[in-house]
Design a protein around this ligand. Structure first.
Ligand SMILES: [Zn+2]
Length: 84
């Protein structure tokens, strides 16, 4: 069972971004590159701010090797109810 990234909607996270006690996974999203417990903490950015910046910079995959063929950012973002 994979988990969904609250920043970009990618549904391939190995860990839950935050457990029931709010502890971050420190996993880096393969898609948007957000690191839970790091990007949100040290830089204090919100998911929305990070997402906007990521999209503005071209929505590049953090791990382009696993980017699916025909990947559609709009469809992915719709999973977290975000419209482009
Ligand atoms: Zn992500």
């Amino acid at each position: 069972m994979k988990n969904i990234c609250p920043v970009c909607g990618y549904d391939g996270l190995e860990e839950v971004p935050y457990d029931n006690d709010g502890n971050p996974s420190y996993e880096i999203c393969d898609c948007c590159g957000f690191e839970f417990g790091f990007d949100d903490d040290s830089e204090g950015v919100s998911f929305e701010e990070y997402r906007k910046k990521w999209i503005k910079e071209g929505a590049e995959w953090f791990n382009p090797d696993i980017k699916p063929k025909g990947w559609d950012i709009k469809r992915q973002l719709s999973k977290i109810n975000v419209q482009l």
